[in-house]
Ligand binder design. Structure first.
Ligand SMILES: Cc1cc2nc3c(=O)[nH]c(=O)nc-3n(C[C@H](O)[C@H](O)[C@H](O)COP(=O)(O)OP(=O)(O)OC[C@H]3O[C@@H](n4cnc5c(N)ncnc54)[C@H](O)[C@@H]3O)c2cc1C
Length: 397
């Protein structure tokens, strides 16, 4: 790596968000460098790896069995002794995320982009023309990369955000472990809910042939570790093949762009507050950021300020309302006891049984719950009536 380099865009962070943005930009002939502090791209990921079908389609990996572990065929929800299951089609997949990341970096490099691993972002200077000088440590040596734009895709503890003086994101903790157990049927994803999982839930996502991602979300490292141990009690004869803990952002950044620096993925807080699914948010925010930047090179947007505004606008329309609604659901779920959870399971069973085309989007689920008198009884005393009417306005508008 030369000490001085110039690109249209520098992407800081080579996770799924950074790579999707870089792939989209290189595909449009815009020069891109992706830097990542790790020694290799896609080395080890801590993730349940569950994604919606449309994410697989957007990534262009539908026909690549080596990148897709399992198609989701059955969804189960478990609360204590009660378990409901229903069969689904076209809902989603469990992917091989490390392989997807390696596949993306390969595409980027073949498309003319550059990927620099072992390259840690350390700072950012603004040039007189408004462009950037990104400072990084490449294998311990200082390098400077000039660019018109910076995409911050460096995860929840974003160093780019620190360099700009942005606030730190709050979050929760997640543990994921690759296990082997004969108790996990192929094609099933199972969620563990209930008051012992307050502020999160547990999951087991089949990766086929007895392999599965088993994980849990909790409010701090001790809490999540205790919940993980509780989860493990559900399984006997389990081999744990990998184990990792990572912070997950809770809530979008107030502002996701500043004069040509655009935040995507976990660095922007694009993780669903209710489910903690972040891959789709990483993919969508990366596509939107790349789209706003490409408008600059096609002459549609004139300067960095309008690119930032354009990106903020798309984020507001696609993410903010949805995340606000989920925040309210989190508040309710946290207050539910195990009896409430059993009622919740009854409602879902009534609505979903026999239907394979059930839409699991948050607006649809909220509609289903708010129309059900059993759930309205659960809500009593847990949310103020005023909030409820706002929610109804949001989803029925
Ligand atoms: C336990 C757990 C389970 C999850 N399960 C799911 C799931 O089943 N489905 C789902 O949709 N989502 C899930 N998520 C969330 C999902 O994994 C993330 O939201 C998503 O991967 C975020 O991608 P990203 O590229 O934004 O961030 P990351 O994957 O965190 O990538 C950030 C990259 O930036 C690099 N970096 C950081 N600092 C620097 C620096 N200073 N200089 C250079 N590079 C830097 C890092 O090395 C890293 O490669 C889960 C999360 C956890 C923790």
């Amino acid at each position: 790596m030369n000490a001085n380099l110039t690109f249209h865009v520098v992407v800081v962070g080579g996770g799924i968000a950074g790579l999707v943005a870089a792939d989209s930009l290189t595909g449009q002939g815009i020069s891109v460098a992706v830097i990542d502090k790790d020694r290799a791209f896609g080395n080890f990921v801590v993730c349940g790896e569950a994604v919606q079908k449309w994410v697989v389609e957007e990534l262009g990996i539908s026909g690549r069995p080596n990148l897709l572990s399992q198609e989701i065929k059955t969804i189960s929800i478990v609360n204590k002794g009660k378990k409901i299951s229903f069969n689904v089609v076209d809902v989603g997949f469990i992917i091989h995320k490390s392989e997807v990341i390696r596949w993306l970096i390969d595409r980027i490099v073949h498309g003319g982009g550059k990927g620099f691993s072992n390259t840690r972002f350390v700072g950012l200077d603004r040039e007189a023309n408004g462009g950037f000088r990104v400072k990084a440590l490449h294998r311990g040596k200082e390098v400077t990369i000039k660019s018109d734009f910076v995409i911050a895709a460096d995860g929840m503890a974003s160093s780019v955000a620190n360099a700009l003086g942005f606030q730190k994101l709050h979050g929760v903790y997640g543990i994921n472990s690759l296990i082997h157990s004969n108790a996990v049927p192929d094609g099933e994803i199972r969620f563990f809910v209930g008051s012992e999982f307050a502020g999160g839930y547990g999951w087991i996502f089949s990766k086929g042939n007895g392999y599965a991602n088993l994980g849990v979300v909790g409010k701090d490292p001790e809490d999540v570790t205790a919940k993980f141990d509780t989860m493990m009690q559900n399984f006997h004869d389990v081999s744990v093949l990998s184990y990792g803990r990572k912070a997950i952002p809770h809530g979008l950044r107030g502002s996701v762009a500043l004069d040509g620096v655009l935040f995507v993925g976990d660095a922007g807080g694009f993780v669903e507050p209710l489910s903690y699914a972040g891959i789709w948010g990483a993919v969508r925010s990366a596509q939107m950021a790349a789209n706003s930047i490409s408008k600059f090179y096609y002459g549609v947007l004139r300067d960095r300020k309008s690119v930032s505004r354009d990106y903020e606008k798309s984020v507001n329309s696609e993410f903010r309302k949805r995340f606000q609604l989920e925040e309210l659901a989190v508040e309710v779920f946290e207050k539910m006891d195990n009896r409430d959870w059993n009622t919740f399971l009854d409602i879902v069973e009534d609505h979903a049984s026999g239907k394979t085309e059930f839409n699991f989007g948050p607006f649809n689920v909220a509609r289903m719950l708010l129309f059900d008198s059993r759930f309205r009884r659960i809500l009593k005393g847990k949310v103020q009536n005023g909030i409820l009417s706002i929610v109804q306005k949001i989803i029925f508008r």
